[in-house]
Design a protein around this ligand. Structure first.
Ligand code: ZN
Length: 479
């Protein structure tokens, strides 16, 4: 087995992984800010984290991953107010959509998916700790972190704050390096804004404090790995370090991993260019979940990913190639015996796959190992050199790879159906629907639940939702 080495943004070097708790890797991931649907660039980062955790588990570690859901911040407050609803109500639907999206992409759920607004008390306690240590000051009811009291400020993003004017403040959650200032831990309520009554006064948390509070609550004072998109290194992660280390006096994170941006056809993704895609936009264009998964995972996380139509086509073909190979392995009759040359190729592929992922999660290297094996084995099959006893080891190798890649199960249609996409079938007439509903009622009466479930599914497949009312009647509607 190869030593797992990861590129730590903090030291700008590859470092061997040595978890604080042997055998368990504790990871914190900055999750989505749920004021709109996540875009494909967000999923690039989430996909990288999925590969990371699947690989660590494949290597025998247990993983404890915490992902936050930012359900209170400047943009959410503005958007919810514009929509005339509370922030909880506003964010619920985007959280739901996010969960559906990650499920469609086979991205594993973190062990803990936690909402910021469920942890206000933890944030208040952390701010109190910082107050006791003299790291804060209050101005107009808002509480700020005093950067000059934390000399290590800037150590992750390598910014120089020596010339910064003492007491200069920034109130917005997101800002550029040029605006490095004392940042808000707690914001005084503005007219009409959602706020909490707390021991440190009325208001709401700044964005940065939520991650420090939730990360340390679930993972302890020192985390093994903290991940996020490269744009979060400053100010968000820099501020997380300042808050956490000022409070505990301990190293907050051992290894920082930052995923590079995704661009579309060589251009920065933006709404004004019309190349801003959510996952559902891509599904609606006919792209399969597995195709998108393949494309997102195929480029190593520290390299910019150029998301193109051509790349999607290749990703679809590559996924098909893997699936066809396994089908062939399982279905074809091979001559008796075992070819040691094939066994050697399988062993090489397994080692190269592991070596690639051990080298800072180099997915391109890992995929190359898999496709080398597919090519060699297919060639061997074509000339009769792939033998019966080779099939089980090749299948086992493909299953090992798939524990990390998660591409072989062909459930694209099912995933899309769950999202209500791809239902191009003609609509049933109301007579047909009512006929089926009657049949279902009769099936239920004779306790034939298998049949009644089948009918419900048949209706659902045709885009019909049925609802059992309390009075025993049944309502139906088109999805
Ligand atoms: Zn965060």
């Amino acid at each position: 087995m190869n030593e797992i080495r990861l590129h730590n943004t903090f030291t700008n070097a590859l470092e061997a992984l040595h978890p604080v708790h042997p055998g368990q890797v504790r990871i914190y991931t900055c999750g989505p800010t749920v004021y709109a649907s996540a875009h494909i660039g967000n999923f690039r980062t989430f996909m990288f984290q999925d590969i990371l955790r699947r690989f660590l588990r494949a290597r025998g570690y247990s993983v404890l991953q915490v992902m936050n859901v930012t359900d209170v911040d400047d943009r959410i407050i503005q958007s919810a107010a514009a929509a005339g609803v509370g922030i909880r109500e506003y964010t619920d639907k985007y959280i739901h959509a996010f969960l559906e999206d990650i499920d469609a992409l086979h991205i594993e759920m973190p062990e803990e998916l936690v909402r910021a607004t469920d942890h206000i008390e933890d944030m208040v306690a952390l701010i109190e700790k910082l107050q006791q240590k003299g790291m804060t000051y209050t101005s107009d009811g808002s509480i700020y972190f005093r950067i000059s009291k934390f000399p290590a400020y800037g150590k992750l993003s390598k910014i120089d704050v020596s010339g910064m004017q003492a007491g200069a403040r920034v109130d917005v959650d997101q800002y550029e390096k040029e605006n490095a200032r004392d940042f808000a831990l707690w914001k005084a309520p503005k007219a009409g804004e959602h706020f909490w009554e707390t021991r440190i006064g009325p208001g709401r948390p700044g964005w940065h404090i939520e991650c420090s509070a939730m990360a340390m609550k679930y993972l302890g004072d020192t985390l093994d790995i903290h991940t996020g998109g490269v744009d979060l290194a400053f100010p968000h992660h820099e501020n997380e370090i300042a808050q956490s280390e000022a409070a505990t006096g301990k190293t907050f994170v051992r290894t920082w991993l930052h995923a590079e941006h995704l661009i579309i056809e060589g251009q920065k993704m933006s709404k004004s260019l019309g190349n801003f895609y959510t996952l559902r936009d891509l599904f609606a264009k006919g792209h399969k979940p597995s195709t998108i998964r393949f494309l997102l995972l195929s480029v190593p996380y520290r390299r910019q990913l150029n998301f193109t139509e051509e790349g999607l086509l290749q990703a679809r073909n590559s996924t098909e190639r893997l699936r066809n190979f396994v089908t062939r392995l399982k279905a074809e009759q091979f001559p008796a015996g075992s070819n040691p040359e094939v066994e050697r190729q399988i062993a090489t592929a397994e080692n190269d796959f592991d070596a690639g992922l051990s080298d800072d999660i180099n997915t391109a290297m890992a995929l190359a190992a898999v496709f080398d094996l597919v090519r060699e084995a297919n060639t061997a099959m074509d000339r009769g050199a792939f033998l019966q006893q080779n099939a089980p080891s090749a299948i086992a190798a493909m299953e090992k790879f798939d524990a990390v890649l998660a591409l072989l199960v062909d459930d694209d249609e099912e995933k899309l159906r769950k999202l209500g996409i791809g239902l191009a079938k003609p609509r049933m007439s109301s007579e047909q629907i009512e006929g089926l509903i009657e049949e279902r009622t009769a099936a239920k009466k004779r306790r034939d639940f298998k049949r009644s479930d089948e009918i419900r599914q048949k209706l659902a497949d045709s885009g019909i939702l049925i609802e059992d009312m309390k009075d025993g009647s049944i309502r139906w509607k088109y999805k």
